[in-house]
Each structure stands twice: as C-alpha cells, then as structure tokens.
Design a protein around this ligand. Structure first.
Ligand code: LLP
Length: 419
C-alpha cells in the first residue's frame, strides 16, 4: 500500500512534508496527531477548482477536524464552513472564517444557537423538521431578523456505507421526508421571519461510489422543479458531504469527477452548488502517532500495547474501521501479526487487529487516515488527557494544541464540604 500524498519514506523512516515523524515524537511525546497543511490545502483547492466558475461554496464540515489552525488554513483559502453547533460557530469565527460563508446543519439546534448564528449573519440554516422551522421563525422574529433557510430533505437512498454513518434512508432521524417536503416548503415560504433560499441533503459519509449521490440529486431536483412551478424559487442546492477516502483499498471517485457530476444538472436551472465535505479534505492529511509500550504474546494473539487508545481514536471501536498502521522507522525485528491495542479497560479498545508488523517495545507507530473524525471524537475516558496536535508546514512544525494535563481534566470538579 502506498503512502498518502505529502507522506514519504526516506531511508526507512516516514516523513510528512519535510518533517520526520520521529522528530515530532521526540519533541512532543505520544500520542500526538500530526496534520499536513499542504495536504489540507491541496484537497480544498481541488474542490474549489472543480467548482470553477459555477456559483456556489465549498463549506468544510467542521465536525471532521475542528482545530482552530485547520480552520484558519481553510478560511485563508476562501472556504465556507458547515457547522452543527454554537461551539463550532464560535470556533469558525475565532479562526477567521466569515459568517456569511457558514451553513448551519444539525437535527436539533437550540434557540440560543439559532440566535448566535442569526446575529453573526450566517449564510443559511439547514432545517430538518417543521418544529425546528417554527422555533427558528420565532427566534428570528424576536430579533427582527429574517433567517435564510434551506430544508434538509431525506431522499431515501441507500448510501451503501456503514449503517452508523448512513443518514439518507427513510428510517434515519435526519431530514424531512420527500412526501412532507413540498408542504413544509409552502409553510416556510409563508412564515414571517424565514427566507427560503435552498434545499439540502446529506445521505451519509465515506461513500465510494457516485451513483447514490446522483440518485439523491435527481430526487432533490424533481422537488426543486415542482417548487418552482408553485412559485417557490430556490437559489441553491446543497448536496451535503460524504465523499469517501482511501483507508485500505477503497477507490472513491476523484473530487473533480464528484463535483462535475453534481454541478452538471444544476447549470441549466441557474442553481448554485453548495457542498459540505469533511473527511475528503482532512482524513489523509493526518496521522496519529503512538508508542509501543509493551509486547504481550498470548496463546491466541500477539498484543502490541500502545499509548494511544479508543479515547484518542474511536473509529476502529465504533465502526470497526480499518486504518493503516505502520512503524515510523524501519526495525530489525521479525514481522508478525499483532493486535494493536490501547491501555483502556475495554475489549473494544483496539486500533487494529492482525497487522503484520516488525516491531519492538519502544517503537513508534503511525495510524493513517487520522485527520478526520480522530481528535474531534476523543474523550477523557479513564482520565486520559487528550493528545497534542501538530500542524506541519514544510520543515516547520506548529504545536496547534498542547497535550491536556491531568489537572485540566478535573479543573471544573469540586470536592464536597463534609458536614
Ligand atoms: N454534512 C452533514 C450534514 C453531515 O452530517 C456530515 C457528516 C458532513 C456534512 C460531512 O461528511 P463527510 O464529508 O465528512 O463524509 N464519525 C464518522 C463520520 C460521521 C459523519 C457525520 N456527518 C466516522 O468517523 O466515520
């Protein structure tokens, strides 16, 4: 398996841009997330280039990796942002993103979050139910503002991905069903405090084929045409995110083919295209570095006990995700199959199973594809501080998040006073 772009192997050692991964471990310890600025920029630039002069916006899905420096790099390239909470709104603004390039997704937004987003002047709210529409209208009216809205419809297509990250089926909690969508648009159109500007859908994540995206878009466009006939003209279609990446042997479509397939059918209708990619911008721009603390060979398995765990990287435990694991330096050890597991007290705490690795205690490993849905899903389970994060830029490494200390973990707790 070849390394993702911007990683290279030099004399048996792995580098990211012009930084040797060993240098990051030596300087900061492990576990540590490392991202490449050039890789993030290359992916975002591919989207921007693919959109070309078709009107629209590439709104990076902040949930995939919300480190301020990552958002800053993307904001500098002119990215828009797809947020799902007031917290993400605050992050984007703190990182220099502009409010009028933000879309606000999410199945349940609090009135306080709606207020903050309205006051900031975001581009659009992606609304997922009649109840949410009504609350948004009343919050906007209280503020004397108009909320720009798009309805997230659920096109009921099978994204053919892991069930936990499939969102566009009738059985999922997301979106408004196609049957109810027309009436909901009519209601939104007539409600004071709302300005209907678009439609959106998001059918799932880690999709490796174009067909489900195209199917969903067809269904969405049939509704757009029906709405236009009824006098409700939309400005944009937001096709969501979901383009998959290569973790092992997947062959997802190129960003350019994906965008071309979506913008094609919009051109004659004069609709702009919004996209909300997350994973395909950051996943392969990052690795999680860890150290092998102990090797433990049992009758059934060989365990490599590493210092990263499910609290640092949940994807293998939660989705049985396969992510490549490699030593960052060549070793003289004999290769054997290892289960790479963390120190957390759960059998589900594994990062990889049955991996053929030549390793010894003390060696460092890199888990690839870790730039998306890695650090952002980390927890403090087992009172483990969250990892440090580093952004590499050529031969410079920026520590963009310090490792969390134990004192920080209980800083908000207090002992009770014994009577
Ligand atoms: N837009 C909406 C409304 C979403 O719900 C998502 C992801 C995205 C955009 C971005 O999708 P992407 O381009 O990243 O596929 N934690 C899981 C992935 C959860 C995705 C949730 N929604 C994982 O690690 O695989």
């Amino acid at each position: 398996m070849s390394l993702p772009p911007f990683f290279s192997e030099r004399d048996g050692a792995i580098w990211l841009e012009d930084i040797e991964l060993k240098a990051v471990c030596d300087q900061l310890g492990t576990p540590t997330y490392v991202y490449s600025r050039a890789a993030i920029e290359a992916a975002m630039s591919s989207y921007i280039r693919a959109l070309g002069d078709h009107p629209g916006m590439i709104c990076y899905a902040v949930k995939a990796n919300s480190n301020l420096a990552v958002l800053q790099v993307l904001a500098k390239l002119g990215a828009g942002f797809d947020i799902v909470s007031g917290g993400e709104l605050a992050r984007v603004l703190a990182a220099g993103g502009s409010a009028d390039r933000i879309v606000f997704s999410g199945v349940a937004k609090k009135p306080s979050e709606m207020r903050a987003a309205l006051q900031a002047g975001i581009h659009c709210f992606n609304v997922e139910s009649v109840a949410e529409l009504q609350v948004l209208a009343s919050v906007a009216q209280e503020l004397g503002l108009e909320a720009p809205v798009s309805l997230r419809v659920n096109p009921d297509v099978d994204a053919k991905t892991h069930p936990y990250i499939s969102t566009g089926l009738a059985e999922n909690k997301f979106g408004i069903s196609m049957d109810e969508a027309f009436d909901t648009y009519t209601l939104a159109h007539q409600t004071a405090g709302l300005r209907v500007i678009g439609i959106d859908c998001h059918i799932g994540s880690q999709l490796t084929e174009l067909a489900p995206f195209a199917d969903a878009l067809d269904r969405v466009l049939a509704l757009v045409d029906k709405l236009a006939d009824a006098g409700i003209t939309l400005e944009h279609v937001d096709a969501g995110g979901g383009l998959g990446v290569r973790y092992k042997s997947e062959t997802p479509p190129d960003i350019s083919d994906y965008v071309a397939a979506l913008k094609g059918p919009l051109a004659d209708r004069g609709l702009s295209l919004m996209l909300e990619p997350g994973r395909s911008i950051v996943a392969n721009a990052g690795v999680l570095l860890m150290q092998v603390d102990f090797l433990k060979e049992t009758e059934k398995h060989n365990f490599a006990l590493v210092d990263a765990a499910m609290n640092d990287m949940l994807r293998p435990a939660l989705y049985q995700a396969w992510m490549d694991i490699r030593p960052i330096q060549a070793s003289a050890a004999k290769a054997k199959p290892w289960n790479v597991v963390g120190p957390v007290c759960e059998t589900g705490d594994f990062l990889g199973k049955d991996r053929e690795l030549a390793i010894e205690a003390g060696d460092r490993l890199a888990l690839f594809g870790a730039g998306a849905y890695g650090f952002v899903m980390a927890s403090n389970y087992n009172t483990r501080g969250r990892a440090a994060e580093v952004l590499v830029e050529g031969n410079r490494m920026h520590v963009v998040r310090k490792r969390e200390t134990v004192e920080e973990l209980f800083a908000n707790e207090s002992l009770i006073t014994e009577s």
